[in-house]
Design a protein around this ligand. Structure first.
Ligand code: SAM
Length: 245
């Protein structure tokens, strides 16, 4: 893990601002679309969930409100301070628990869980094969791992490169096809692949969100959105991958 993963909130004022308010900010609609897709991929509650790279914990709080028993792990203690403080969806029957850890090494000390979630976190792993092995080991029999991650092209973006350089964090392309290749080696038996819910939502309902990025301008139509997030794009592009143990 790069040192910047731990210090991002401390060093980057924009990340600190977002941690204070997420998911209630300028990208709330796309955030909630991701939350909705993850909920749709979950087994029915009650089930136990671990979110890896949970940051300010907004998704953990959403899942707790939906009656799951939730733990959130992050390498960054400053992010977890926000997670412990907030309840962005109001009081849940059971509050999530948060702990510091490194998902490249293990899923922590708790008992095996039914679901492990990575939302925009797996692609920060320096050691993706080991991360999926640790996720496999951390799942109960019949469990599943849900990953919502950017695919090929992510690291071609100048913004991504600058972010990685400036803040000393890892950025990797993590399309479903790569996740499944590594997932099979880790022991997962089956996969389901879906379009990336945030990209799909933005390209259909918020095409102006792409207007600022010339490389993504073709997405500013339903057609472009369906191509990028549909049958072809979901495998190679940004996607939601569900691995079954
Ligand atoms: C882009 S943020 C995603 C946050 C959150 N899941 C969301 O979508 O709002 C990535 C998070 O992963 C965490 N992270 C990166 N590498 C990690 C590692 N090896 N172990 C644990 N957390 C890690 C970072 O500290 C950061 O909070």
């Amino acid at each position: 893990m790069r040192p910047g993963e731990v210090t991002l909130i401390q060093k980057n004022p924009e990340t600190a601002r977002l941690a204070e308010v997420a998911p209630w900010h300028e990208n709330t609609a796309a955030c909630l679309a991701i939350g909705a897709a993850i909920l749709a991929a979950m087994p029915p509650p009650p089930a136990t969930v671990l979110e890896c790279g949970c940051w300010n914990g907004w998704l953990c709080h959403l899942l707790a409100k939906a009656n799951y028993s939730v733990r959130g792990m992050d390498a960054c203690e400053d992010a977890l301070a926000y997670a412990r403080r907030g309840e962005p969806f109001g009081e849940a029957a059971k509050r999530p628990e948060f702990f510091t850890g490194n998902f490249e090494e293990s899923m922590g000390d708790g008992p095996p869980v039914d679901v492990i979630v990575f939302n925009s976190a797996f692609h920060h792993s320096e050691r993706p094969a080991e991360t999926l092995k640790a996720a496999y080991a951390g799942l109960a029999p019949g469990g599943r791992c849900i990953l919502v991650e950017p695919g090929f092209g992510h690291t071609l973006s100048p913004q991504t490169r600058e972010h990685a350089r400036q803040w000393d964090v890892t950025e990797k392309d993590s399309p479903p096809i790569k996740i499944w290749r590594l997932g099979k080696k880790a022991g997962f038996k089956r996969v389901k692949v879906y379009p990336h819910p945030g990209t799909l939502f933005q390209s259909t309902y918020l095409p102006s969100a792409f207007a600022m990025r010339p490389s993504l301008r073709f997405l500013s139509s339903w057609f472009g959105g369906l191509i990028s997030c549909g049958f072809i794009g979901a495998k190679w592009g940004h996607g939601m991958t569900v691995l079954f143990k």
